[in-house]
Design a protein around this ligand. Structure first.
Ligand code: AMP
Length: 286
């Protein structure tokens, strides 16, 4: 693999790829890599002649400065891991902040109703920061395919909308959620969980799965109440929101009879660590 740190080096490598007609796939990450990230990378490796992985902890998407400070960073371990999976010609882009933001980004994106709910409601400005960094990265990397995890369900909807609004020639590829053996969705933040929090955190996905089996038997509101109380029976877990939404518009459903795919999305505080997860209420099994 080739490590590049500046926008200029990246452009040079990208021009060589273009000259050789090599199309590339792109996996943007914030590092502290785990199997979830690797699954996206493997997907690109099997689809694209060249894979580009970026590692950049984007300050503009953190609405809470404490969260940015605590965000796990482990560049050496990340590079060791990438060395094992990437091929000779694949690229790792490790930019500093000045490479991405040589000047402050004042753009405000209008995502309409998509960012007024769930993560957008509880983390004001988060998706604007995501759109700022991803649009800049797309501009620099110019990939054919870009891979995003369904773990960040709302983020995926926002990115698709951004690509549509800006008319970008990038194909967005959604990838399944990778979980620990006990069901906890993998996340860079999991390393910050204390012992008790880590023991209780798998209740989140266990409860989501049980909620799906109650679909149609109990009204939506009752299922929502049940999910919150069951999770909060664990003393270290506090639910920030649980919504069952239309998978495309992200607007809450009022009744199971409404047409279209439905997704249950949740954010839970496990002590001081914020975890998110989601599940399909339409597909047979997760
Ligand atoms: P992050 O480094 O947290 O910004 O995540 C980078 C990419 O990895 C995003 O597209 C995430 O949705 C994806 N990702 C993170 N965790 C998982 C997971 N457990 N399973 C699948 N994809 C994931």
């Amino acid at each position: 693999m080739i490590i590049v740190k500046t926008r200029k080096e990246l452009e040079e490598k990208r021009n060589i790829l273009k000259k050789n007609n090599l199309l590339h796939g792109f996996v943007p990450t914030m590092g502290a890599l785990h199997e979830g990230h690797l699954s996206l990378i493997r997907c690109s490796l099997s689809n694209d002649p060249v894979t580009v992985v970026s590692i950049f902890v984007n300050p503009t998407q953190f609405n809470d400065p404490e969260d940015l400070k605590k965000y796990p960073r482990n560049p050496e371990a990340d590079l060791n891991l990438l060395e094992k999976v990437l091929r000779t010609g694949d690229l790792v882009f490790l930019p500093g902040e000045k490479e991405i933001y040589p000047e402050p980004d004042h753009r405000i994106f209008d995502f309409g109703i998509l960012d007024k709910v769930m993560e957008g409601k509880f983390r004001p400005g988060h998706f604007n920061g995501v759109a700022q960094v991803v649009s800049r990265l797309f501009d620099m990397v110019q990939p054919r395919n870009a891979y995003f995890g369904l773990k960040d369900f709302q983020q995926l909807a926002i990115i698709k909308e951004m690509v549509r609004m800006l008319n970008l020639p990038v194909n967005i590829v959604p990838c399944p959620i990778i979980r620990e053996p006990d069901g906890l969705a993998m996340s860079s933040r999991n390393v910050n969980l204390g012992k008790k929090e880590r023991e209780e955190a798998p209740m989140i996905f266990r409860t989501l799965k049980e909620a799906v089996s109650q679909k149609g038997k109990l009204p939506v509101e009752k299922v929502k109440e049940w999910v919150i109380s069951r999770i909060e029976n664990n003393s270290s877990l506090k639910v920030e929101y649980f919504e069952v939404v239309h998978a495309d518009t992200l607007q809450p459903i009022l009744s199971w009879d409404e047409p279209g795919d439905k997704q249950g999305c949740i954010a839970v505080w496990a002590g001081k660590v914020r975890l998110i997860d989601n599940i399909s209420f339409s597909r047979k099994k997760e």
